[in-house]
Design a protein around this ligand. Structure first.
Ligand SMILES: C[S@@+](CC[C@H](N)C(=O)[O-])C[C@H]1O[C@@H](n2cnc3c(N)ncnc32)[C@H](O)[C@@H]1O
Length: 353
């Protein structure tokens, strides 16, 4: 009897480790993402075990970003400076002096988020009468709504246009620069912003830079930021977005994909293959991720111990940055590094040859 009990117990415990758990993405998941985006997530999961961070700004992810920004990034009485706003301030004269013929510009903010980082810059440029219009572009419709609320409150007289775009997959559509009345393309020079160290989050940075290049005219500037230098190496300390933003995304991704909290853990580390700091969801049990809506029927098997990347950040060293710009047909014309030597602001033009 005792022996039987023992063997039954062993059988059931063996079975429990062998039983594959199934995760079914929630209905919220299918309401947030288009079919193309669901297929993009499936592809990234199959090919490189990743749920690209860009998708985590959609739906409730927009509020997660805005809350993180307001709590940890926005200047307040106890945190008086913001690296990116300071870098933009330092570069104001350079950009203003180099706007062609002292004319007006269109500001094209790609990955605009809540638009907060460009507020002071636009305020100064607008006082000089040089802002033609502000175009907010983002993968997240919800963040564009936030951007619109903020921007139109700050600058009720500046024309605001917005559109969703995935800059990893496409250029900025020319129709956004069409004059409403004449339907002609407005050839006002443009300053493209890509702020918030977002360039370091993309899986395919070169593709993004090429898409910028193909969206630009010869009088346009691309201004972007990234972390650099002393911040490039992983010291094991989680801080900033890698701590607070990631914690929130992790909770949200788990629930929308349908993986139980007790079945996974959050791991942050340096990943040599992508030369990036990554945040991964490590599975303690084998899982089948079952995507079965929108005419999609796809099962992805993830084994116990495997990790799914939900956040990544590549930091630039200058030689690598120059190489990526050159490969993308862009030319570095100016850059600044902040006083802590942690962040870089890069200004480029379309390469001349
Ligand atoms: C790190 S936040 C930066 C937001 C803002 N620029 C700032 O500096 O606070 C990244 C922003 O880029 C957007 N984004 C991320 N990947 C994108 C992509 N592939 N195409 C368009 N927007 C993207 C996100 O939705 C989010 O608003």
């Amino acid at each position: 009897m005792a022996q039987n009990f023992h063997s039954n117990f062993q059988l059931s415990s063996d079975m429990s480790t062998a039983i594959n758990r199934t995760a079914k993405p929630s209905s919220e998941f299918y309401s947030i993402f288009s079919e193309e985006e669901v297929l993009g997530i499936i592809h990234a999961l199959e090919v490189r075990r990743e749920i690209p961070l860009k998708y985590s700004y959609k739906g409730r992810g927009a509020k997660i970003w805005d809350d993180f920004y307001r709590k940890y990034v926005i200047p307040t009485w106890y945190r008086t400076s913001n690296v990116e706003i300071d870098l933009l301030k330092e570069n104001f004269n350079y950009l203003n002096d180099n706007i062609q013929g002292g004319k007006k510009v269109n500001i094209v903010d790609v990955g605009a988020g809540n638009s907060y980082p460009v507020k002071n810059f636009i305020q100064r440029l607008n006082k000089l009468g040089k802002v033609n219009k502000y175009i907010a572009l983002d993968i997240s419709e919800e963040l564009l709504n936030l951007s619109k609320n903020n921007f139109t409150k700050w600058f009720p007289l500046v024309e605001f246009i917005s559109s969703t775009i995935d800059i990893e997959n496409s250029c900025v559509p020319r129709k956004l620069f069409q004059n409403k009345a004449s339907l002609e393309i407005d050839d006002t020079a443009k300053i493209f912003f890509h702020l918030g160290v977002t360039i370091g989050n993309h899986q395919n940075r070169e593709k993004v830079l090429k898409n910028f290049r193909d969206s630009m005219g010869k009088n346009d500037f691309l201004v972007f930021t990234n972390e650099t230098g002393i911040n490039s190496k992983w010291d094991g300390n989680v801080r900033g977005g890698c701590k607070y933003h990631v914690e929130e995304i992790y909770g949200w991704v788990k629930s929308k994909i349908g993986i139980k909290s007790e079945d996974c853990e959050l791991v942050r580390k340096y990943d040599l293959k992508t030369d990036s700091i990554v945040a991964n969801m490590k599975l303690h049990h084998s899982y089948t991720l079952n995507f079965s809506r929108m005419g999609i029927d796809k099962k992805i098997e993830i084994s116990e111990g495997e990790e799914i990347t939900i956040w990544r950040h590549h930091k630039y060293e200058i030689p690598k940055l120059l190489q990526e710009l050159e490969c993308s047909g862009l030319q570095l014309i100016h850059y600044n590094i902040n006083k802590y030597k942690s962040h870089i602001m890069v200004i480029c033009k379309v390469a001349s040859s």
